[in-house]
Design a protein around this ligand. Structure first.
Ligand code: SF4
Length: 455
């Protein structure tokens, strides 16, 4: 069997299979480039079944490029809520505005112009041009690389740029004349339904007869893929601040900074439980120092609140970070002279916690990364941890910060690095965009799940 014959077998049989087995998906019912574009961005992060309701709602609310371009960003994020990777929603809207300004609202049909749209990479450009305009452009993502690696027994690491180039060339050669739209979707469909990552269904695969990977017994060991760096663990303390007086029935939320992780989304106030770099695994803080630190952190942000007790633990996984969250129910307090004392307590508790951690770390095996932490004096956060703002725009409390608090007068207008704060009730939940984890926590609070937490 020659390579040409093997390619021919693949293209013909795959296409025949697809025409019979293709799924009826909402974005496939029209050759609308905008629909293709939105669906492809959503599908980059989530399974088809999950995307369908999101896609229908998104298109229902923003049926055209123009509608998306003119929508308030908050509405776009709200419609994306739950899908994650919110920068993709922002890029989609920015690109819609580019299409309005540069192309009169019509999706461009040439590769450089599509590629120039914000958030559109080689895969999305190929998908739009082939699916919407039937242009013979490859659309190669991880699924497609898996299928091609197996079928052609390609041992190259798919994380390498050079392998992607090779795969794009190969995928382009496989497209039958005039059939780019169906063929590229067929390839995606095979990867999603048959040539799946962990348990490929070779016996029902339309191209199994000439699949080199299957014949060599390599279907489970391909593709070759170097492991991504594991996400960095972070222990965080979260405050559900219950309002009093004018804020009765409300909780305090803050809006994240304009740039960085989860930019401009709303969240519960939280703080990194530092020092945390003694090991690769984030460890929970004991409740007492955690609550003191949280009170001090809220004070630094301009709010007087007293933590009442642990409400729940939660976890939120990003591609590069894992947040382990200790969530405390807190109550709003008057701005009284008692609060600097809380800050002072926070410092003492923090120092005690830091000293304990130093002791623990020095008696256990630690990663090389933690060596610099050990060079710190007990009770003094490592220099790399002393910062008022991390890359992702988060506030980080250090003992020196807390010390300063006792001497300063708090500002009540929410000042945490220029952040915006609001007191919200259940009725506001539909109007603001929250990352999933905070949506869940706030909803649970309003549902009364944390009513029985007492000091
Ligand atoms: S035969 Fe198996 S390994 Fe080969 S393409 Fe089909 S499902 Fe994948």
């Amino acid at each position: 069997m020659g390579l040409q014959e093997q390619k021919q077998h693949f293209s013909v049989n795959l296409l025949d299979w697809y025409m019979v087995n293709r799924r009826d998906l909402p974005w496939r019912r029209h050759n609308n480039p905008y629909f293709t574009w939105v669906s492809e961005i959503m599908l980059q992060q989530t399974r088809v079944d999950t995307v369908i309701p999101y896609f229908n709602r998104f298109i229902g609310n923003f049926p055209t490029v123009q509608a998306l371009a003119e929508a308030p960003e908050e509405d776009v994020l709200k419609n994306w809520e739950g899908l994650g990777y919110y920068s993709r929603a922002r890029n989609l809207q920015a690109a819609a505005r580019q299409v309005m300004e540069l192309h009169g609202g019509e999706m461009p049909q040439d590769k450089p112009a599509v590629f120039a749209l914000k958030g559109v990479g080689p895969y999305t450009a190929g998908a739009i041009l082939s699916i919407a305009f039937n242009q013979p452009q490859p659309a190669v993502d991880g699924n497609v690389m898996r299928v091609l690696s197996r079928y052609f027994l390609i041992d190259e690491d798919i994380m390498k740029g050079s392998t992607r180039v090779l795969m794009e060339e190969l995928a382009g050669e496989l497209i039958p004349e005039g059939r780019a739209r169906d063929f590229n979707q067929a390839l995606m469909e095979l990867g999603a339904l048959v040539c799946t990552p962990k348990a490929p269904h070779c016996l029902t695969c339309p191209v199994m007869e000439q699949c080199s990977g299957r014949i060599a017994g390599r279907e489970l060991t391909l593709p070759v893929k170097t492991k991504a760096k594991p996400p960095r663990p972070e222990q965080r303390l979260v405050a559900i601040v219950e309002g009093r007086g004018a804020h009765r029935g409300q909780v305090l939320v803050r809006q994240r900074p304009d740039t960085g992780l989860l930019a401009r989304m709303w969240e519960l106030p939280h703080v990194l439980a530092a020092p945390a770099a003694a090991s690769k695994k984030a460890a929970p803080l004991a409740d007492e120092p955690a609550m003191a630190l949280l009170a001090g952190s809220l004070w630094a942000e301009g709010f007087a609140a007293r933590p009442e007790g642990l409400a729940t633990h939660a976890e939120h996984v990003f591609s590069h970070i894992v947040w382990s969250l200790q969530v405390y129910k807190c109550t709003e307090q008057d701005q009284s002279s008692e609060l600097p004392l809380i800050a002072a307590e926070a410092r003492a508790a923090y120092d005690a916690q830091a000293a304990t951690r130093e002791g623990t770390a020095s008696s256990s095996a630690v990663s090389p990364e933690s060596d610099t932490t050990h060079s710190s004096e007990p009770g003094t956060p490592n220099a790399q941890n002393i910062s008022t703002s991390l890359n992702d725009g988060e506030m980080l409390m250090s003992s020196s910060d807390v010390s300063d608090l006792a001497l300063s007068t708090p500002t009540l207008t929410g000042k945490g690095d220029g952040l915006t704060y609001r007191w919200i009730g259940p009725e506001d939940m539909d109007k603001m965009a929250f990352p999933n984890i905070f949506l869940k926590l706030i909803s649970q609070y309003f549902a009364g799940n944390y009513d029985n937490i007492n000091p």
